[in-house]
Design a protein around this ligand. Structure first.
Ligand code: GUN
Length: 294
């Protein structure tokens, strides 16, 4: 049976380390602050955003949510972002995705001050990360996955990492980070138009799945001893649970656990790590802004 990679426990350790760093900034009169912009009432987004700001406050940082109506215009959204860009008490800005269809998300992400872009989605940060510049904010989910592998002593050097998915949020930055000097992995990127997906996933020493499709990866699609990182967050109806649903990943956990060496559960795997790295990026932004003002 596979070992569980416990993202909740790794996050607990990391957040305790960060609380110390927050205390040092507080002693200098700096309260690291994150502002999250949420457009509309998508229940999953509301839940994610609430856990992000709660995590900030638990560390002694300031976490603020600005909830805008679904019909907000691009101009109104831009003026909210302008205000946050100019506010010295706001170190990190995150616009929760997905946005309603009438809002061009790329233009919205470009409107965020790159020095406050704790998501790392602004083209300047994406470019800096691509060329390996340490000033880049690294997107939180890829950063969390790398940190999780590092803390679990799972080496990527020379190993074949197969990524399923090609998103801007996870897969593209992850591929570029993993192939860089240091991680030194051999990376294969696959996606929904890849024919015979299983012929690729079976080659993986480390398989990372970020698609959003329940049971996409089954036991017959992996080789024995694989390490599996499941980024999927899918709601499935569960009349027996208090909320009426439960969360599952993209991987058939029970089946794949029988052959894998290690696997991240959903929930309690990648999810908490993503929020932990958001806290880390907000701390980095607060520190950089303090240095810039010296
Ligand atoms: N929606 C799902 N994941 C993310 C994320 O990491 N950042 C933002 N802004 N939106 C998301």
């Amino acid at each position: 049976m596979a070992r569980n990679i416990d993202g909740t426990e790794i996050s607990r350790v990391m957040r305790a380390e960060m609380a110390q760093q927050v205390a040092e900034l507080l002693a200098q009169g700096i309260i690291p602050g994150l502002s999250v912009v949420l457009v509309g009432n998508n229940p999953a987004s509301q839940a994610y955003v609430a856990s992000k700001t709660r995590a900030c406050e638990a560390l002694g940082m300031r976490g603020q949510t600005l909830n805008l109506p679904e019909e907000v215009s691009q101009e109104e959204l831009f003026s909210v972002i302008d205000r946050l860009n100019q506010d010295p008490a706001v170190h990190g800005i995150l616009v929760q995705l997905p946005l309603p269809a009438h809002l061009p998300y790329k233009a919205v992400l470009e409107h965020i001050d790159p020095d406050k872009d704790v998501d790392g989605f602004h083209p300047r940060n994406a470019g800096l990360a691509f060329v390996g510049d340490p000033r880049a904010f690294i997107p939180c989910t890829p950063a969390g996955i790398l940190e999780m592998l590092r803390r679990e002593n799972i080496s990527t050097r020379g190993r074949h990492v197969v990524i399923v998915g090609r998103s801007l949020i996870v897969s593209k930055p992850l591929a570029s980070l993993l192939m860089a000097p240091g991680p030194d992995a051999t990376v294969t990127l696959t996606h929904r138009h890849t024919p015979d997906l299983a012929s690729f996933t079976r080659q993986a020493d480390i398989l990372i799945v970020a698609v959003g499709k329940q049971n996409l990866i089954t036991r017959d699609m992996v080789k024995p001893g694989v390490v599996v990182i499941d980024v999927g967050q899918n709601r499935v109806e569960d009349p027996g649970s208090a909320r009426g649903f439960r969360m599952v990943g993209d991987v058939d956990f029970d089946g794949v656990s029988q052959v894998a060496e290690a696997i991240t559960p959903v929930p309690g795997g990648v999810g908490p790590m993503t929020i932990t790295m958001l806290l880390a990026n907000t701390l980095q932004a607060a520190r950089q802004s303090a240095q810039a003002r010296k």
